[in-house]
Design a protein around this ligand. Structure first.
Ligand code: SF4
Length: 289
C-alpha cells in the first residue's frame, strides 16, 4: 500500500482498509480545514489504485470487512473508476460488508441517479458528508462550497440510490450567528435525515484562513457553554427518523452517544447537566483534531 501524505478517516472507519483513489480534496477551500491544504489535488491513476487493492488482498484478504476510499471528497472520482475499484474490492475481500468515502454535496449532485444507484449496488454504501452548518450565511463565510439546499438535494438523491449518510456538523464555527447556526443545522439534519450524525468542535489550525481571521480578531471559538448550547439546540430540535448520534470525536468537550430521536431527552438532560457543571468535561490537553 502506498499512501501520499497524511491520511484522514472518520472514527467509525478505524477498522477499515483505506485505499487512496484520489489525493487531496478537489475543493480545498473550507476556511477551517487544513487536512489537504498542502496537497495538490489529483485523481490517482486507476492501475496504481488497483495495485494497492491487490497488495491489500495478499496482506489482509479475508480480514477486510470495510474499505474506506480516500481522500477528502473521493466521490468525485469518475464513475467508471469507482466501478472498477468496487469490483476489485469485492473480488479481493470476500468478507467485504461495505465501502465508504467522504463526499461533498456537489460530488453527489454531479452524478446521475443511475450512476449513484450503480455505485451503491457495487458496494458503496455510506457517504460521509460534512455540511457543518445549515445556516447559509455561515456556509458562505466558511467557504463550504455548497449551501443547505444543495445538501438536502444531495441527501435525497443518495438515499434514493440506496446509500446511507453520515452527516457531520461543526460546533463553534458561526461566531455571533451561533444560535442561527444551531437552529438551521437542526433543520438541515431533519431534512437530510441521516442514518449517522456526528458533531465536532471547531479547532483553529495554524496556516488556515480561519487562523488568519482569528489573528485579525475576526474569529473566535465560543466559550465551552456556548458550544454546549449549540449542541443542545441541535439535539433538541433535529428530527431525523432514526440516527445513530455521536460526539465522541476527540475535538469535543462532552462525549455523548445514543439514537435520535429515541434518546433525545436523555441527551439534552446530559448537556444541561454539563452546562450546570455537574458532568466533567474532556480536559483541554486531551482534545485533538
Ligand atoms: S471539502 Fe472537506 S476536505 Fe475539502 S476543504 Fe472542505 S472540509 Fe476540507
Amino acid at each position: 500500500m502506498r499512501y501520499a501524505g497524511k491520511l484522514y478517516r472518520p472514527p467509525s472507519e478505524a477498522d477499515a482498509y483505506i485505499v487512496q483513489a484520489t489525493i487531496g480534496c478537489s475543493w480545498n477551500h473550507c476556511t477551517y480545514c487544513d487536512m489537504y491544504r498542502q496537497k495538490e489535488f489529483r485523481v490517482r491513476a486507476l492501475d496504481e489504485t488497483l495495485q494497492d487493492v491487490e497488495a491489500a488482498r495478499c496482506a489482509f484478504g479475508d480480514d477486510v470487512q470495510k474499505v474506506f476510499v480516500a481522500d477528502g471528497d473521493a466521490l468525485m472520482l469518475p464513475t467508471d473508476d469507482w466501478l472498477a475499484l468496487l469490483d476489485a474490492c469485492r473480488r479481493a475481500f470476500p468478507n467485504l460488508r461495505r465501502v465508504s468515502c467522504y463526499a461533498m454535496a456537489r460530488n453527489v449532485l454531479a452524478k446521475s441517479d443511475a450512476e449513484l444507484r450503480a455505485l451503491c449496488e457495487a458496494g458503496l454504501k455510506v457517504l460521509y458528508v460534512g455540511p457543518e452548518s445549515g445556516d447559509d450565511v455561515t456556509l458562505k463565510r466558511i467557504a463550504k462550497g455548497d449551501d443547505a439546499a444543495a445538501h438536502v438535494e444531495a441527501a435525497r438523491r443518495a438515499h434514493a440510490a440506496g446509500m446511507e449518510l453520515s452527516v457531520i456538523m461543526l460546533l463553534g464555527i458561526a461566531m455571533e450567528r451561533s444560535e442561527e447556526h444551531a437552529i438551521a443545522t437542526a433543520e438541515l439534519v431533519t431534512k437530510m435525515d441521516p442514518e449517522y450524525l456526528a458533531a465536532l468542535t471547531v479547532t483553529v489550525v495554524p496556516g488556515t484562513p480561519l487562523a488568519t481571521l482569528r489573528t485579525r480578531g475576526r474569529f473566535a471559538v465560543p466559550e465551552v457553554p456556548g458550544l454546549l448550547r449549540e449542541l443542545r439546540t441541535i439535539v433538541d430540535r433535529a428530527r431525523p427518523a432514526d440516527a445513530l448520534f455521536r460526539t465522541n470525536h476527540a475535538s469535543n468537550y462532552l462525549p455523548l452517544g445514543g439514537r435520535l430521536p429515541r434518546d433525545r431527552e436523555h441527551i439534552v438532560a446530559l448537556v444541561d447537566r454539563a452546562l450546570a457543571g455537574e458532568i466533567e468535561l474532556r480536559p483541554e490537553w486531551s482534545r485533538g483534531l
